[in-house]
Design a binder for this molecule. Structure first.
Ligand code: PDD
Length: 293
C-alpha cells in the first residue's frame, strides 16, 4: 500500500500514512457512506457541477450531512491535485455518517460526518481502447437503490473479482433478464446504428460519463435510446461498450467468450469515444479559463 501522498481527512491535509479513522466509523462498520470519483485531466478536476449534484443527491437520500457546496468541492479537488502534483488521474471523496457507538439507528444529532479524500495519478494503456476488452455477464445481486452512490459495494467487488478471475475487464450485470450496468461503469449496446443504454432510475448509477456521452452522441450524430435491453440483445448486438470516469468510452469485443461484431471496437463506439474525448478537452479548457478569470 502506498504510504505517500497528501490526503484530506476531516478538514486537514495530512500524509496518507498519518491519516487515522476511528474503527467505530459507520463507514467501516456499516458501509454507511457515500462517495464520488472525479476525473482529473491536465490537472483540472472535470465535470465538478455534475459530481457535486450527484453527491448532494446521494447524501440527501441517505440523510448524511454533505458539507461541500460546489465551490468547496472544486477547491478541495484542486488542492489535492496541486499538493500531489497530479496531471491525469482521479479525485476520490467519501463522506460517512461519522463515528458513534455501534447501533443500526442513526447516531445522535450533531455527530460529524467523516470526510476523506485523495487524488491519485492513473496511467491509461491506450491498447485497451484500440483493441477493446472482454466482459462476462453475471446476475445483478445489488440492492434496489444503486442510483445512490454509496460505499456499499460488496456485490460490485465480488462481481469485479469474478470478472478478473475469468480474465475479463468487467462484469456486466443482469437483473431479471435486463442488463443494468457494469460493476464500476455503465453498459451500452449498439443495434442497427442506434446506441442503447438503461434509463436512469433506481437500478443504475446515473453516470457522469454516461451523461457526457449522451451529449457527445447528439454532436456526432449518433441516435441514442435510453431503454432497457436484455442480455440476449447484448449477446446479439453489433457493438457493446462501457462508460465511466475511470473507463472513458471503452469497446467490449467479447462477452462470455462470444465475439461481438468483428471483434474490434465498432464505428459507433469509436465515434462516441472521439466525441467524448473532445468534450473532455473542452471541459479542461473551460476549467482552466474559469480559474484564470
Ligand atoms: N464508478 N456504474 C457504477 C456501478 C459505477 O460504480 C460507476 C462509477 C459508473 C459510472 O459513473 P461515472 O461515469 O460517473 O464515473 C456506473 C467509479 C468510477 C468507481 O466506483 O470507481
Amino acid at each position: 500500500m502506498e504510504s505517500e501522498g497528501i490526503v484530506y481527512l476531516n478538514g486537514r491535509f495530512v500524509a496518507r500514512g498519518e491519516a487515522r479513522i476511528d474503527p467505530e466509523d459507520r463507514g467501516f462498520l456499516f458501509g454507511d457512506g457515500v462517495y464520488e470519483v472525479l476525473r482529473v485531466r491536465a490537472s483540472q478536476p472535470l465535470f465538478v457541477d455534475r459530481h457535486h449534484a450527484r453527491l448532494t443527491r446521494s447524501a440527501g437520500q441517505c440523510e448524511i450531512a454533505q458539507p461541500f457546496d460546489r465551490a468547496g468541492l472544486e477547491a478541495l479537488a484542486r488542492e489535492l491535485v496541486a499538493r500531489n502534483g497530479i496531471s491525469d488521474g482521479i479525485v476520490y471523496l467519501q463522506i460517512t455518517r461519522g463515528v458513534a457507538s455501534r447501533a443500526h439507528v442513526f447516531p445522535p444529532p450533531g455527530t460529524a460526518p467523516t470526510v476523506y479524500a485523495f487524488a491519485r495519478a492513473t496511467v491509461e494503456d491506450p491498447e485497451l481502447w484500440a483493441r477493446g476488452v472482454s466482459a462476462i455477464l453475471l446476475p445483478d445481486e445489488r440492492w434496489g437503490r444503486v442510483d445512490m452512490k454509496t460505499v456499499n459495494l460488496l456485490p460490485n467487488v465480488l462481481a469485479a473479482e469474478k470478472a478478473r478471475r475469468a480474465g475479463a475487464y468487467e462484469a456486466i450485470l443482469v437483473r431479471e433478464g435486463v442488463v443494468t450496468e457494469g460493476s464500476h461503469c455503465n453498459a451500452w449496446i449498439v443495434r442497427q446504428g442506434v446506441a442503447l443504454t438503461h434509463p436512469t432510475g433506481p437500478h443504475i448509477l446515473a453516470g457522469v460519463t454516461r451523461d457526457t456521452v449522451l451529449r457527445a452522441a447528439a454532436r456526432v450524430g449518433v441516435t441514442v435510446e435510453e431503454r432497457p435491453f436484455t442480455a440476449e440483445e447484448l449477446l446479439g448486438a453489433d457493438e457493446v461498450f462501457l462508460t465511466g470516469t475511470t473507463t472513458g468510452v471503452l469497446g467490449v469485443v467479447q462477452v462470455d467468450g462470444t465475439t461481438v461484431g468483428d471483434g474490434r471496437p465498432g464505428p459507433v463506439t469509436r465515434a462516441l469515444d472521439g466525441g467524448y474525448r473532445a468534450l473532455v478537452e473542452e471541459e479542461v479548457a473551460r476549467a482552466r479559463a474559469a480559474v484564470a478569470s
